[in-house]
Design a protein around this ligand. Structure first.
Ligand code: GN1
Ligand code: MG
Length: 365
């Protein structure tokens, strides 16, 4: 393995001699390693990209390069340090953005940003506000990005596409579970129309298409030692869609008082104070650039993404658990119920969420 990794790493245009290569972190999707080098040269992140999730790794790497270079230019223009505030993709010695090995696995390298702080969980309002600021700043730096990006996962947050998959899954009934899921299926069907109504605004352009990160968890934001937002990492899923999705997905994860798969539904609620904190951080960076239709649907986007997540977990359960990793036979059903509880909590508090958005959008305009 060591030799194999060394051979892979030597394909890339690294500065400095390689001192060591070690596994890093516990990501579920890619395999990640840190390459330490001798002397003054930077260290690097080496990743084997998961081709089951990303069928076109070269296209994904091209997305990452375009977006990172744009951010680096903007940071430099603002007098910042692009080496620390932007990702840097390192090409192979032949100038390609990834290397395909003898087994057909795809590898990519970027510069490791040293001396940073990251968090596993947003467990305070102060941190939620910082997270909102991080994603808001990421989007702000990309507000003038106009190149097309490849759709690396088809219809990722496109509910029209998800409904097509859903209808097929119900018809297929691959695991013979449909008959026992009348109530849960009803949760999806009864909200189909209001969810499509939102999506039509995206399709007709009333809600604009921008760059989306698509994995806005707090651990994907690097901070400096003073606690300032430095850089948003893990750009594997950057694509074009409504940037409301990034907001909504962050709310779904930051503001849940329980766990995503909490079996104890009493623990699961939307925390309005956490919602306010994230929204404050986000709008502090974005309020002036968003169009009114985006501001008006910010709170709804949390319902949209949570609804989609209920659908995705339930669909995977119906399919016989083929997409998400599960740790028990009914794990996807437990997740479905917990996310549905969160959705209901959002629906109950929706007027208050809208009022928070209106107030903060006004404050930062
Ligand atoms: C997957 O594994 P993670 O947290 O990066 C999924 C998200 C889901 C999430 C639910 C590519 O993300 O869309 O919201 O699980 N990512 C992909 O926990 O499907
Ligand atoms: Mg991810």
């Amino acid at each position: 393995m060591k030799d194999h990794l060394m051979r892979i790493a030597s394909q890339f245009a690294l500065e400095g001699a390689i001192r060591s290569i070690d596994p890093l972190g516990g990501g579920f999707i890619n395999d990640t390693f840190i390459i330490r080098t001798e002397g003054e040269a930077p260290d690097y992140i080496l990743q084997r990209k998961n081709k089951n999730i990303f069928p076109d790794v070269p296209a994904m790497m091209e997305n990452i390069r375009k977006v990172s270079e744009h951010i680096a230019r903007r940071v430099a223009a603002e007098g910042g340090d692009p080496a620390r505030e932007a990702m840097t993709v390192v090409p192979t010695r032949d100038g390609a953005l990834c290397h395909c090995d003898e087994q057909g696995e795809f590898w990519a390298v970027c510069v490791f940003i040293a001396d940073t702080v990251a968090y596993d969980k947003a467990d305070s309002e102060a941190l939620a506000e910082k997270g909102g600021e991080g994603i808001g700043r990421f989007q702000a730096l990309l507000s003038d990005f106009s190149e097309p990006l490849a759709e690396t996962i088809k219809g990722f947050h496109n509910i029209r596409h998800r409904f097509e998959q859903w209808d097929e899954a119900l018809k297929r009934d691959a695991a013979g579970r449909v008959a026992s899921l009348g109530e849960e299926i009803g949760w999806i069907e009864s909200r189909r129309e209001e969810t499509m109504a939102f999506w039509r605004l995206v399709e007709e352009g009333t809600i604009p298409t921008r760059v989306t990160h698509n994995d806005t968890k707090i651990s994907n934001i690097l901070f400096d030692r003073a606690g300032r937002v430095l850089c948003v990492i893990d750009l594997d899923t950057v694509m074009n869609s409504t940037s409301l999705n990034d907001f909504g997905d962050a709310i779904r994860s930051y503001c849940n008082t329980g766990a995503e798969d909490d079996p104890e539904l009493d623990r699961v609620e939307l925390s309005l104070p956490m919602f306010r904190a994230y929204t404050r951080g986000y709008l502090s960076q974005r309020a002036r650039q968003l169009v009114q239709a985006e501001i008006d649907h910010l709170a709804f986007s949390a319902r949209y993404i949570t609804y989609e997540q209920v659908l995705r977990f339930l669909m995977d359960y119906i399919d016989g658990d083929t997409y998400y990793k599960t740790t028990s036979p009914d794990h996807n059903l437990v997740r479905t119920r917990a996310q549905y509880k969160l959705l209901q909590s959002m629906e109950r508090q929706y007027d208050a969420m809208c009022a928070v958005v209106r107030e903060l959008a006004e404050e930062y305009k």
